[in-house]
Design a protein around this ligand. Structure first.
Ligand code: 48H
Length: 250
């Protein structure tokens, strides 16, 4: 047990905490850790991968487009040509490879740990409030712990949980047209994928949103089993965060 506790105690103050170990959160963690930033990825479930194992309607394959191929090539994940500009990957190979490379790059992944709130200091997100998922699910009244971070990433998928918490507790303060979470729109794969990169922003000081959460926050469409945008959004979030950290803005 003591190796785990040492690992946990030395993870309580880091550069970046990413909420959610789906494709966008893992890719973001991979690129940041590769550059030497201290990164924790917190995942509520027993396993990582978010929506990937289920692919589309439980077919364990994911579709990606040409633009995302360089990320798959870098990670050495096999792609099968489907048709012009579209490729198919085995979702289980994708999850296991991405998880392994993210950990080997130096990111720390904590599964079964939920982000239940954020810390806000001087109008800036300064970390997350965490608890064991089992505690949250069993509705036990157990006070949480906190984990400090210079930047927090909402990679929680469709529910955009971290952004919703900030909106609920701070008012309409997000960098969206309404100041709040706009809500995901119905499926339009091409538009959803296109919008996703532009929607990957620092949505509140110290809080970056990526993946499906970015489209939910900005009011853009969903895209079904096309996953390339999630990988590109995670990569863009990492680039954005590296700039914020390097310039000392966060
Ligand atoms: C800790 C949490 C918390 C919390 C949630 O859903 P994900 O796979 O998210 P993305 O954005 O990386 O990928 C989206 C993709 O899987 C998808 O759903 C697509 C493409 N849908 C299109 C469509 O049309 O339906 O992963 C999010 C992860 C999950 O593993 C959650 O368990 C986890 O975040 N999570 N972890 N604390 N509060 N909330």
């Amino acid at each position: 047990m003591s190796p785990f506790f040492q690992y946990f105690l030395s993870s309580l103050s880091v550069d970046v905490v990413i909420a959610g170990a789906g494709p966008s959160g893992l890719v973001c963690g991979y690129y940041l850790a590769k550059q030497g930033w201290k990164v924790n990825v917190l995942e509520r479930q027993l396993r990582v991968g978010g929506g990937m194992p289920g692919g589309g309607m439980m077919f364990n394959r994911i579709t990606i487009q040409q633009e995302a191929k360089p990320v798959f090539d870098e990670l050495d994940i096999n792609l099968q040509v489907y048709r012009d500009g579209l490729f198919v990957a085995d979702s289980l190979e994708t999850i296991s490879t991405l998880c392994s490379k993210t950990i080997k790059a130096g990111a720390r992944i904590f599964n079964l740990m939920s982000v239940e709130d954020v810390m806000i200091k001087n109008q800036q997100v300064a970390g997350v409030v965490i608890n064991w998922s089992a505690t949250v699910w069993s509705k036990l009244h157990v006070d949480p712990l906190s984990m400090g971070a210079r930047v927090v990433v909402d990679a929680t998928g469709h529910d955009a949980e971290v952004c919703r918490i900030v909106e609920r507790k701070t008012g309409p303060c997000l960098r969206t047209p309404s100041g709040g979470v706009m809500g995901e729109k119905s499926m339009w794969a091409e538009e959803g994928e296109k919008a996703l990169i532009n929607n990957t922003i620092e949505v509140f000081p110290g809080l970056v949103v990526c993946g499906m959460a970015a489209n939910a926050v900005m009011g853009s469409p969903r895209m079904g089993a096309i996953f390339g945008g999630m990988f590109l959004s995670g990569k863009k979030a990492a680039e954005l965060i590296a700039t914020l950290l390097k310039t000392g803005e966060r």
